[in-house]
Design a protein around this ligand. Sequence first.
Ligand code: SF4
Length: 428
Amino acid sequence: MFGASVTAVGRADTRQVLAAKVRLLVDGISIDESFYVPAQGYKGRVEAIYGHHIGAPPTQVIPQELILHRPGGLGPTEAHVVQVRFNADSPHLLSWHDGSPVLIVDGTPWPVELIPAPNFYDLEVEPGTNVRSITQLLGTSLLGVVPSNYCALFSTKEECSFCEIIPHYSLAREFKRSIKPDDIQIKAINQALATDPLEYMVFTTGNYDLPNMLTVDHYVNVRSKLKVPDTVRRSYACLMPPDDVNALHRLKEAGFTSVILDIEIWNPDHYEAMVPGKAHWLGREGFLRMLDASIGVFGSGEVYSNLVYGIQSLCGVPDGSRFNGRDETDMCLTATDGLLARGVVPLFTVYHTAGHSKIGKVELDPAELTRFAEEYGSRVFHSKVIRDDRNAAIFGLGSIANHFYNDAYYMAKTSNAASAAKTTEAGR
Ligand code: SF4
């Protein structure tokens, strides 16, 4: 059916890959029914709490991610990887061709790879509790830990306007309790680290308590008791911090190399309406103060803040119909510059919903999102906030399948290298 064009698309350049990834994240992916068979060796969807599907939850186990492209000359885990956001109505279809997986992107076949399930997915931390219900492999090399799917901001009705962690999590939970006990986490993570060659580790959670010191206590307790092999290059703590610089020192002493403090909304006038709990318990100024303090503790290039692409242009009204693609990109670029100027690496989650957030559906504009991704990559690369020896804005290139920032950063880095090589050649 596909002929020679299958291999032709396999030689895609990074710009083509980035544009395709944006389309796939926005439109989702439809799946041939032959993939609805668990235990084919590939990593199946297990992080249902994030609702990466569109419309309704998939009723079958489906591949969690696809490798779109492996740039030459990099390590085995460094690749462009896309999240499978299931959408039965998507114009893009995952299928098979001669026994190999192929994605049909807008009618053009694109050979892809499935990511094998790690060995620790077969283990139990105690009878009846899978290790993977505690910790999961994200992309090719990142161990993700979500200690609590509960957030205290829901108890005061101050949850972020885009958040649906609790409503959606209750629909599809693998671990039966919202808060995972520390001792079970420690056992499970140590089993995963001892079983598979992992390179990065990230803890991310809903807030344990309102001032949020408990989150720090749990992170410190678990991280300090892990046996972390040399293969793990960095471990990241993602949290809403308490207003206390000492908490940052405690995280560092426990073994975290980097922090991610998510400010989410850039414009101060829109802050309270969009993230009321963050505004009440720390405030935008408090976030900026803690980000600045983190640079003193963890160092430049090891401090991150996430914002949501897709909700900045709603201008403080949690109503997805107000979205404007051009304004969104411009506002997110302003935020990019503002954070880089402080030495903080900006990250952008692409807004999506499983239908439970206050904002509702946003019709993203793929052309504007691609413009933003390319400009973002260039600005982050040229800021030199990230060390030269790194190929990704955060973690490894193959680790983040549902965002574009690593792909965009790598594209900027390689195009810069290509222009430098051309200039040298011309000067000879
Ligand atoms: S801090 Fe906001 S985004 Fe994070 S879990 Fe709580 S309500 Fe959700």
